[in-house]
Design a protein around this ligand. Structure first.
Ligand code: OAA
Ligand code: MG
Length: 388
């Protein structure tokens, strides 16, 4: 068997929203199709992948380095030992050939996107949902198909009123979510607190709200917010300072004893390990948000989960960034604590297969082969254009 062709396309996911650091008016992502010569149901197996929001399409890196390396490799060198399927770890090693360590930049996004498509193809060739394959290979063989999901929104919109913000949050609760997220740090502390008060007048409980500063704050500001936020008993306080400022994160724990979350902008096992070694994160209450689609894919995420276990962290402390079905499969197969969801943003990417509903904060994964993209009609329509 072999990979016949790999196609990629940059697709806009723009919207008028803004967090504390960027707006999404020009946001794009890469969609990838890995076409194999394996026939299932009379058609070649095609694996699909895309990167989640925030890092733009990475077509150039794929076209210049990673796709040619895969297509120029001896197909046997990319196969499982039995020769009946691709081996994602071997494909990963092939992509990483002649890449120096460190300084991960955005090649981790390009590789992560192709890696997602490889895993989709591998599970389709085995004829299983990816979560089942992961549980069989790396877990206990019994996936937990019920997954906690929270609704990420609460962005800054031009001219948005507090009533509109309240309506947005109410609509997530009405759709079955029990935890919602809002952005902070894109307005003054006073205005952010008024926005939080408005939202809590709807939610009634701080544990139903997470806040996200998107790495905007210096230490003084992070501490001011920490002190002010302490009154609410929030679900979490996310990415207060620069993602690579481990000392800031470690200092912040002296001012905030409630749960914190970070990690969506750490793109390698080594960066994640530095957070665990030096960031003062607490395995009994904090949350880790590494997103495989941005950080070298699931092959690297498996290394990150091993690293976490060695440092006394359970996979259940991971709730990845990005809101895509790949992380839902990892959550079900390997016991993560849940997944992000953007009910109204970045569609048709992200979200759940059609017919899946959120019930009291949880979804249940349907038994779809591969990652399950074929079960989401508007997403699969985009994918089919690429592979036609
Ligand atoms: O606004 C963004 O860049 C996305 C983000 O931080 C999140 O979903 O946590
Ligand atoms: Mg975030």
């Amino acid at each position: 068997m072999k990979i016949v062709e790999i196609r990629e396309k940059t697709i806009p996911i723009s919207s008028p929203i803004r967090n504390a650091y960027i707006d999404f008016s020009k946001m794009t992502l890469s969609l990838v199709a890995v076409i194999t010569d394996v026939i299932r149901d009379g058609k070649p197996v095609v694996g699909y992948g895309f990167n989640s929001n925030g890092r733009y399409g990475q077509g150039m890196l794929m076209r210049e380095r990673f796709i040619p390396r895969i297509l120029e490799a001896d197909p046997v060198s990319l196969m499982s030992d039995a020769g009946t399927n691709l081996d994602p770890h071997k494909v990963w090693d092939c992509m990483f050939t002649n890449e120096k360590p460190g300084g991960h930049g955005e090649r981790s996004v390009a590789i992560g996107t192709i890696d997602m498509a490889i895993w989709d193809a591998v599970a389709k060739i085995e004829g299983k949902p990816l979560f089942q394959l992961l549980s069989d290979r790396y877990g206990n063989g019994t996936p937990d198909k019920k997954i906690f999901v929270y609704a990420a929104g609460g962005y800054y919109y031009p001219g948005q009123s507090h009533d509109a913000l309240k309506d947005e949050m109410r609509s997530y609760i009405d759709r079955g979510y029990t935890v919602v997220k809002k952005k902070i740090g894109g307005a003054s502390l006073d205005e952010d607190l008024r926005r939080i008060d408005s939202i809590l007048s709807v939610l009634g409980d701080g544990q139903k709200l997470a806040v996200d500063a998107n790495g905007r704050f210096d230490l003084d500001t992070a501490i001011k917010y920490a002190k002010a936020l302490s009154q609410y008993d929030l679900f979490w306080y996310e990415e207060a300072g620069d993602p690579l400022d481990y000392e800031l994160q470690a200092t912040l724990r002296n001012y905030y004893d409630k749960p914190m979350a970070t990690g969506e902008n750490l793109f390698s096992m080594q960066d994640a390990r530095n957070l665990i070694r030096y960031g003062g994160m607490r395995a009994d209450r904090d949350w880790l948000q590494f997103d495989c689609a941005l950080s070298y894919g699931l092959v690297e995420y498996l290394r990150t989960l091993d690293m976490l276990r060695e440092h006394g962290w359970s996979p259940s402390r991971c709730i990845p960034h990005g809101g895509h079905q790949m992380s839902l499969n990892i959550a079900a197969g390997l016991g993560l604590g849940g997944n992000e969801s953007y009910p109204d943003l970045f569609q048709p990417f992200g979200g759940f297969p059609d017919g899946v509903t959120v019930d009291n904060g949880y979804i249940t994964m349907p038994d779809l082969v591969g990652i399950g993209f074929e079960g989401k009609a508007n997403l699969y329509a985009e994918m089919q254009v690429l592979s036609a």
